[in-house]
Structures are given as C-alpha cells and as structure tokens.
Design a protein around this ligand. Sequence first.
Ligand SMILES: Nc1ncnc2c1ncn2[C@@H]1O[C@H](COP(=O)(O)OP(=O)(O)OP(=O)(O)O)[C@@H](O)[C@H]1O
Length: 663
Amino acid sequence: MSQEIERAEPVYEAELVDDAAPRLRRWDWREVAGWLVRSPFRFAGAVGRGLVVMTRVWRRWVQVHDYREAAVQSEKLADKFVEIRALTLFRWKVTAAVTGAVSVVVLVADLVWGAVVLWAAGLLAAVALAIAGRRRDGSPGRKAVLAGPRALAWTMDVQLLVDAFRDAKLLGKDESLRLVERATRTGAGWAITVDLPATRKAADVIKHRDALASALAVDEVQLVVERVRGVGGHAGRVFLWVADEDPYGGSPQRTPLLDVERWDAWRPVPFGRDARQRRVELPLVWTSLLVGAIPRQGKTMAARLAAAGLILDPYTRLYIFDGKGGKDWKAAEGVAHRFVCGDGLAEVEAVRDHLVELVAEVQDRYARMSALDDEVCPESKIMPGISRDRSLNMPITAVVIDEVQVFLEHPAKVLVGGKKTTLGEYIVDLLAYLARKGPAAGIVVILATQRPDSQTIPSRLRSVLGSRFALRVMDWRDSNIVLGEQMNTRGYDASTLLPTHKGVGILRPDGETGADALALVVRTYYMANPEWQEICARGRVLREQVGTLSGHAAGDDSSPGVDAVSVFGVLGAGSVPDVELPEPLASVLHYLGGELDEREFVPTAELVEALDVEPTTFGRQMGELGCRPVRQYVPGDDGEVRRVRGYLTADLRTAVAEINSER
Ligand SMILES: Nc1ncnc2c1ncn2[C@@H]1O[C@H](COP(=O)(O)OP(=O)(O)OP(=O)(O)O)[C@@H](O)[C@H]1O
C-alpha cells in the first residue's frame, strides 16, 4: 500500500489542501467505460497492424531481403543473383510445406476434438498478431511515418497525415483534411490528393514543405507537394507524393537527344526529370534562360543541354561565348556562327561587337517583319515557317554565354554614345535589349553564371530573362536573384539543395510558355563529354547538308561592321532601371518583361492570377507604391468587351522612375 502513496507537495500558506491526503490513482467510471468500449476496436486495430507487420516480415524473409540488400550494397547483386533466387525458391517451398502441415494438423484436431479447436487456434493467432501489432509507447526518436511497417498503415489511415499537417502547423486543432483520392502507389513512392479546409491554401503547404517533411519524418527531397490546377483543381487542393528513397540518388539518365538524328528548335528541349521521373522539357524559342549556381554543380551541363537541342537543328544560328576559356565549349566551335572563348580584353571586346551586331539585326528583323504579309507573319513575331525560310534570313539565333559574369563585370572604361561607362555595363545593356526585344524576333538568350548576385546581373537584365534555373547556390538571396523576388518565401530556395545532388536545381519556367507549376525541382539529364562532342559533330554535318554552316564554323570571322552609334540609340529606350524594386512592383515588371513597353494596359485580374497574390493586399501595396488602378474596356476571351480594373503601363513606368530617382 505504501508504494501507491504519492508524496504530497509542500503546503503553502492559504493553499487549500484536500483532506484525503494520501492520493491514490483512482479510475473514473467514465474512463473505465470508455476503455471497455474502445478495447475491441483497439484489439481489432492491433490485429490488423500485426497482420501487416507479419506479412512484411514474411515477405522480407521469403525474398531474402537482407542478403539481397547486402549484395546491392557491395555491388555484387549480379554475382549473387542465382544464389538469391535459389534461396527464394526454397523459402517459398518451406512456406508452402508449413502452411500445408498446419492446415492438416488443424483439420485433424478439428475432426477429433470438434470446432472448439478452430476457435482456440484463431484466438491464439489473433492474440499473437495483436502483440506483434501493438503500438509501442516510448520508443526513442521518431520513426519515419512512411518507411518500414507503418507505410501501409499510413496509406490506410489518413489520420496519420492529418496529424502530420497539424504538427507542421498547416492545420488547426479542429481542422481536418478531406481525402480526394486514396493513397496509391505511383512510381517509387506513394501519392495522395487531399483538400484543405476552406480557409487554407495549397500554396502555403508548398511554402512549408520542409515542416511537413519533418512532421512525416522524411527528408524534404523525398516529399513532393503540388497544387492541383485547372479543371478538377483549386487553390486548396494538394497533391502529395512521398518517395520511398532519395529520388535524385541513383545514376543520372542520358539525354534523349542522343537518340535522335536531328531536333526542331521550336520543340521544347528535353532538359531532365523531376522527382517522379516525369520528363521536363524546356521551351527556348520566344523566351530566354538564366542558369545560376556555385561552381561544380552542373551549370555548364544545364546550359549545354539547352544548347544541344538548338545545335541539332541545322536552321539555328549559334553565338557561343565562354568566359571560362576551358574546353567545355570547344566542341561547339564547329557549329557556331560566332565563337569566343576566354576572358581577355580582346575576347570581351569581341563579345561586345557580336552583341552589337545582333542588336542591329533585331532592329532590322522588326523592320522586315512589319513589311511581311499578314498571313506569313500575323503578329510581328517570328513563326516556324519564317525562321526556316532561307530567303528571309531570320533563323532562330541563340546566344549562349557561359560564365557570363566575366563579360558583365569587365571594368575597362569605354565611351558609348558620348557617355562614359564600362565595357561590362555596355554588355549588360546589349544583353538586356536582346532578352527584352529579341525573343519575338527569334533571338534566344541563354546565360549561365556562378556569380548570381545583384551587382553582376543587374535587375534590368534579370527582369527580362524568361526562364530561370537555379542549381545549388550560397544563400537564399542568390537563389532569389536567379529565380525571382521572394521565391524563397514561396518555398523555392536553391540554397537548400544538397551538394551531393549534382545537376539538381529549381526550374522556374517562363510563365508565357504555359507552364502549370510556378517552379519545380529537376535533375538534368547527363551528357558526358564524348556525347556532347558527338552532338556538336552531328550538328555540323546537318548544317553542311542543308548549307547553313556559316561564320566562324565555316572559317569566316569577318564582322559585317555595324554602326554602334545607331545601336546605342535603342538601348536606353524603355529599359527597366537598375535598382532593386520593391514588391509587388518587381514581380509585376518581371511578369511583363518586354510587354511593359508594348502594352498600354494590364488587367488587375491577370496580374493577380499570374503572380498568385491576394487581390486586396496586392491592390493596397501597389497603391502604396504610387500605382492606382483605372478602368478600361478590354476584349475578353469570348470576344466580348468588358470594363475591367487594371494598371496603365505608363503609370507603372512612372512609379519605377520615381522610385529610381528617390535612391
Ligand atoms: N545531371 C547530372 N547528373 C549527374 N552529375 C552531373 C549532372 N550534371 C552535372 N553533373 C556533374 O557535376 C560536375 C560539375 O558539372 P559542370 O561542369 O556542368 O558544373 P559547373 O557548375 O559548370 O562547374 P564549373 O563552375 O566548374 O564550370 C561534373 O562532374 C558533372 O559530371
């Protein structure tokens, strides 16, 4: 009895003390009743779990799992395969023999002693299973919810997922998830679709993906969270996929471009695979690409993959500039119309001259496109037919610059249009013009850098680059420089990628190209050096066949001699100033890109949808930055003209100019 007595707390003055000093653990009758009512269910639950546990134990045993794993670890699976198969077969036979023997014994016992034996055996088995499947309290550390014996429990019991959402503070205490689609086995993982309560947003789950991964006790690279969009989707519907193991481990896949004879630059280029091994393709025409990463993460590989698609199209003209000056791009010399490799003054000046030549060409293309027949060129934009018509001389032209910071940071003083500047600044202006005006005229700008900071790539250049790919970077600021303002707060931060995951990065496709997701994690395809050389060699043969080998590749390095002054005149026009703009104005300008100059009015609804922002807050923040909405008549998708709220691009430009002058 004395052991059951709890020591009373010290008694303080004015404290009420219960008379019945020795406090015993007393059961409330409601607790007892509750326990009695719940126990059959708990027993049944434990039996169910026990069944799952025992089935798994048996399956691992029959498949010789540990032996197999040891063989995989020591990379001897192939050698041990026959042995493992023989052992598996033997264990299947043992299973069959034991099952047969037990059935016979039970049958005989049933005949001799009657049905009571069956009941007794069943009960015994149920108790044994319940013991195997009981919930073990107090086991140290957290167990991965989705690994081991509980994987099946999770797929059967959504409550575990609800608990994880609550632990990650994505659901309140009284809120719950609604199951849209049961958990199913999809690829090498489990997929489930759920609806959040009406007040919650899928975007927040994406944002706090790491908290959810922690609550589920899996590494965040194993957890994929996507919004379900379009028909059948809404802002509160979430698709979750949890990989069994690191989806970016294993050996990389080779690029499918190696299996094709030629490619069409108008088709999106095969770029890599996402966590679920779905193909990710990158449209390049009518847009541009910025790749950023710290060294040795796969930046050159990513840029070369994009270039490879263009190299395999003989109608594409290539300007290839490599600031590193190594061997990485050497093979492309045989296909490039202009080729510069190195970081000396002569090389930087050559790059400048080639870019000036291109800017002049863009102007010329616009002039010629406006003179073309409406049927050939309906909207002052290059079309596939035009780009392949040799007589029009407007092929898709790609400017690929690796280690672009070498050119952008060059400090040599130059005089441009009577104004003192540096060579680097001038190249920034030229590239910004090309990225802004070029896409519609068939110019594709692809830039790769290991210095993604705001000085190196000023916002007037960044804001006009369409697609972004960030491999691992130093910190979230650098990540935002590549991916766009505030992308880290939306759950996309390339500094959290793992150093061992070479070639894995966050891709933010150009919104204009109709991409569904805001961004996605991609592992690029792998293209070994000999394969890259093979693609370049094939590109050369193709160009020789159709007669498009030109410039440097054809041994002709002469420049057409462009009037640099006339080019200078167009550079300043409408360019976005070089300051960090506050949000949401920065995102608006990024979204509009070159359209800032081309459009007169942007409906608020369009911006709210494109930027995925809350309309009231957006309106207030824009107001604080001096942008007031106006009403204008615009034609809708159905052709009907409606009066809608929106912003005049002139007002946006004025706001930018004012912010600029205040700094
Ligand atoms: N998708 C991939 N899968 C596996 N390994 C990859 C992948 N992409 C790149 N790598 C490996 O990562 C390493 C670095 O690649 P790469 O040379 O492209 O990086 P980088 O960032 O351009 O480096 P640097 O800054 O030195 O130019 C290479 O050894 C390459 O083989």
